[in-house]
Design a protein around this ligand. Structure first.
Ligand code: GAR
Length: 195
């Protein structure tokens, strides 16, 4: 049975969809939910599901990314994961961290990559008068939101949309494609799929 560590910063709805998928004949189980935000709502949800949790607060590191990432690696490796899933983890990771988990780390991003890497993706899609938005699951490489894309789902952008209404339309698609893609990834399937 493979072990999956899930990194979060917030409510953890993607973490929940991943964790809920890892049952029955699934080849993996969640071994850790870790947050850089002590108050992240997802921590309690993970604990309620019986998943070990950890916090590595970035604040005491005062911008020393190398030291923060070293502490992160120590906490993650303690749980001996095979795969790392970033699920709304809102810290930029150092190349050393990414190298340490090369080939075994996935991320979900709320845009149709390569469009709108970084933050405020939905507002940027609306401002650009795009007619479609969506989400992408990709392998994590040193380039921010730039690794090989494994899956995307698309939704329409309506004339009345705000960033919040669009986010609410995209999020259920995230919950669909992330567990599917994790499972395919664990089976060695690196092909690109559109949902
Ligand atoms: C999700 O929309 C995810 O795609 C996004 O944060 C949200 C987390 O929600 N991730 C990023 O923006 C990464 N740059 P959740 O905590 O409910 O899963």
């Amino acid at each position: 049975m493979k072990r999956v560590a899930i990194l979060i910063s917030g409510g953890g709805s993607n973490m929940m969809s991943l964790a809920e998928s890892m049952t029955g004949d699934h080849p993996a189980r969640p071994c850790l939910v870790l947050s850089n935000v002590p108050s992240a709502g997802g921590l309690q949800k993970a604990a309620d599901m019986g998943i070990p949790t950890a916090v590595v607060d970035h604040k005491p590191f005062k911008g020393d990314r190398a030291a923060f990432d070293a502490a992160l690696i120590a906490a993650i490796d303690d749980a001996r994961p095979d795969i790392i899933c970033l699920a709304g983890f809102m810290r930029i990771l150092t190349p050393e961290f990414i190298d340490h988990y090369a080939g075994r780390m996935l991320n979900i991003h709320p845009s149709l990559l390569p469009k709108y890497k970084g933050l405020h993706t939905h507002q940027r899609a609306i401002d650009a008068a795009d007619t479609e938005a969506g989400c992408s699951v990709h392998e994590v490489t040193a380039e921010l939101d730039g690794g090989p894309i494994l899956a995307q789902a698309r939704v329409p952008i309506l004339p009345s949309d705000t960033a919040d209404t669009l986010a609410a339309r995209v999020l259920p698609k995230e919950h669909l494609i992330y567990p599917e893609t994790l499972r395919r990834f664990m089976e060695g399937d690196r092909s690109f799929r559109v949902y």
